[in-house]
Design a protein around this ligand. Structure first.
Ligand code: HEM
Length: 506
């Protein structure tokens, strides 16, 4: 009797608790939406906000970044406000210099960004500000700046080109007319490279016959779902889904769990095997960091930094070169002039001598930066160089994609793919990083910049001499999927043909 009374008491307690929890969740959600509504001023009636809210820009533009470019080009200061997003967007080089250098302290990545990527990136360099960033930046600059790691990175890339990329392209060239997705190839290529470079591990993703590794698959899913968090109207939506472990948040949690298990296993193995003689980045960091969670965070940030950016840069470079035969033949002429006729692969020194190719790579990054925009959050009220007032807490975005297409910056031919604009009497002539912030600029500039350009040039020189790459939809401008880096929707279908010996020498 007493037992059944206790049981029914417990059941009623449980029911009341469920009811209170349910009531609290619903009230909290309604209240949060109300706050969001108040904060975002969704009633804003200006043309830009209406265009954003109704997606009417889609009638004229294929990509959101093209619409922003149009708006930024039209604005006299090259700065706009999307009130409903609480976002100030600028394509003004003076503002960019101000944010990234002069008032760097006032424009950190900020909490909203680090919360969005926090589950995946933890305390890795990409996701932190302040002391933790200073510490990792110092260590990473020492490592990435060393001659030995640069030559290790070059060896890794050349090995992947020789043993995987070129054999794969040859096998497709033999299957006359077979279509290959070059973007997929580059995503696998860069994943192999970055894993070999970061962990000293070869996932073998470029063996197309093999299924893509579980690590690559989970990593892809985790970055995609993390980026989607930034696209929902309010962070409260994904936060509630995460709390209740629902839908995309459940899938994100599972993907991150897999990434963590694999990364941790790797660290444990390395510790067991001994790492002091190894050249990869993880081994170098392990020499001075003992905390495995921190090591995991550092290495995951490097994979994100060096993988998707490189794949995106290579994809749009090959699209541009294949659709501009005059540029393609100048690249080949230069490679033929600098390399020995029987030399299949360029050395590190010869790559540095290829100024036209260097210019073509920069020109392609100008038009198609892999990171199309990058946001910071103002710590204090401020006024940008063009007079724009920025309220404390505002998201301020600089937009390299738009900046590459602004006449006031690059002249009336800014939409043309013209590598010569980077050359002065045949020698590469760099431009201000604040008008070309493709690798960011100023105090937090990309640490892999030189390595990335060398890798792109190595792939271009090795592939363009023996092969003709025909883009299947050559006249269709790329459309991009949403994400942290620019990914071409539908990939880059190409047909590969071996160049005849006569083509190669004339
Ligand atoms: C074409 C290829 C690349 C592009 C366009 C690129 C672009 C960028 C950009 C825009 C940032 C700033 C991101 C931000 O703070 O929000 C960045 C940071 C960084 N990049 Fe790259 N990157 C490339 C390749 C690489 C490679 C290959 C590595 C190294 C293996 C690398 C390492 C880093 C690191 C460590 C940071 C963080 C710097 C810091 O926060 O202090 N990047 N990169």
């Amino acid at each position: 009797m007493e037992y059944s009374e206790n049981l029914s008491f417990l059941q009623s307690l449980q029911a009341s608790f469920c009811f209170i929890f349910f009531f609290f969740t619903i009230s909290f959600s309604i209240f949060s939406f109300f706050l969001l509504f108040m904060r975002q001023k969704v009633w804003c009636n200006c043309d830009i906000c209406c265009g954003y809210l109704t997606s009417s820009w889609l009638m004229e533009f294929g990509n959101l970044c093209d619409w922003y470019t149009h708006l930024l080009q039209k604005s006299p200061t090259h700065t706009i406000h999307i009130h409903v997003l609480g976002n100030t967007i600028t394509a003004n080089p003076d503002n960019v210099e101000y944010m990234l250098k002069t008032r760097f302290d006032n424009y950190p990545k900020g909490k909203p960004f680090s919360t969005i990527l926090g589950d995946l990136l933890g305390k890795g360099i990409f996701n932190v500000d302040g002391d933790s960033w200073v510490f990792q930046r110092k260590m990473a600059s020492l490592e990435l700046g060393s001659v030995s790691i640069r030559s290790f990175a070059f060896e890794v890339v050349m090995a992947e080109i020789k043993h995987r990329l070129l054999p794969l392209l040859s096998s497709y060239a033999e299957k006359d007319g077979s279509v290959l997705d070059l973007q997929d190839v580059f995503r696998r290529f860069t994943f192999d490279n970055i894993c070999k470079f970061s962990f000293g591990l070869d996932p073998g993703c470029l063996e197309l016959a093999l299924p893509i590794s579980q690590f690559a698959e989970s990593f892809d899913l985790a970055t995609k779902l993390s980026a989607e968090r930034a696209m929902v109207a309010s962070p409260l939506i994904w936060k509630i889904k995460r709390l209740l472990n629902l839908g995309s948040e459940r899938r994100l949690k599972e993907a991150i769990k897999k990434v963590n298990v694999l990364a941790k296993e790797l660290i444990i193995q390395k510790r067991k095997l001994g790492f002091s003689t190894h050249q990869d980045l993880l081994s170098r960091f392990m020499a001075c960091i003992k905390d495995d969670d921190y090591l995991r965070d550092i290495v995951i940030s490097f994979i994100l930094a060096g993988r998707d950016t490189m794949a995106s840069a290579l994809t749009t470079f090959f699209w541009l070169v294949a659709t501009h035969p005059e540029v393609e033949s100048k690249i080949r002429d230069e490679a033929d002039r600098i390399m020995h006729p029987n030399q299949e692969f360029p050395s590190f020194e010869l790559i540095r001598e290829m100024h036209y190719l260097h210019a073509a790579v920069h020109e392609s990054l100008r038009l198609y930066p892999p990171v199309q925009f990058d946001s910071k959050f103002a710590r204090q009220d401020d006024v940008l160089r063009d007079g724009t007032f920025v309220m404390k807490g505002t998201r301020v975005t600089y937009h390299p994609y738009a900046m590459g297409r602004i006449e006031a910056i690059w002249g009336p031919d800014c939409m043309e793919f013209r590598p010569q604009r980077w050359l002065n009497n045949g020698t590469f002539f760099p431009q201000s990083p604040f008008k070309f912030p493709v690798f960011q600029a100023g105090i937090r500039v990309c640490l892999g910049k030189e390595m990335a350009v060398v890798a792109m040039k190595s792939v271009a020189a090795a592939v363009l001499r023996p092969f003709n790459i025909h883009v299947v939809h050559a006249n269709v401008a790329p459309r991009f999927d949403s994400g942290l880096t620019a990914t071409v929707r539908g990939g880059l279908p190409v047909v590969v043909r071996e160049r005849r010996a006569t083509d190669q020498h004339c």
